[in-house]
Design a protein. Structure first.
Length: 160
């Protein structure tokens, strides 16, 4: 994201407990404390894994520390955001909007409350569906088929 924002004259703040300081320096990213990023960001983009510590980490308390009128972007995992809290933050006008690539349940129900709000942009959770990823998946399947035909186990076994 920092690379993509370089042409937009943005001040990029980031919180990452394992920050690559050389990358940050190269792309003029200011590595800051979690609280500072939440409080100062106009657009807060989430890029974190779903682990027990991150589940529902973006909740009522999190939103109360975001700047009024700011925007949340979630392209990580749906479960990191408390969707009810997000709905309340948007409905109250505290947040200006949200862009969501991930929901708790995929696909979200067409009647999901967040989808009724005009300040929400939702896209299908297809971030991994790039030309490169599809090409790689095709080669993986091809190589696994060849392995099976040779009597070897496939490298990417599908189990039910």
């Amino acid at each position: 994201m920092a690379k993509r924002l370089t042409g937009f004259d943005c001040h990029v703040l980031a919180y990452d407990p394992f920050a690559d300081l050389e990358f940050a320096r190269q792309y003029s990213v200011i590595v800051a404390a979690r609280e500072a990023v939440i409080e100062q960001a106009d657009f807060l983009s989430l890029h974190l894994p779903l682990v027990p510590e991150t589940r529902n980490t973006v909740n009522d308390d999190f939103f109360s520390h975001m700047k009024p009128g700011s925007f949340l972007i979630n392209t990580s995992r749906g479960e990191v955001v408390d969707e009810n809290a997000l709905y309340r933050a948007l409905k109250s006008g505290h947040l200006g909007g949200a862009a969501l690539d991930a929901f708790r349940e995929e696909p979200p129900d067409p009647d999901h409350p967040l989808l009724s709000l005009p300040q929400v942009i939702a896209t299908p959770h297809l971030g991994a569906q790039t030309d490169g990823a599809i090409n790689t998946m095709g080669w993986m399947a091809f190589k696994d088929c060849l392995a099976v035909l040779r009597g070897e186990p496939p490298a990417h076994m599908v189990r039910s």
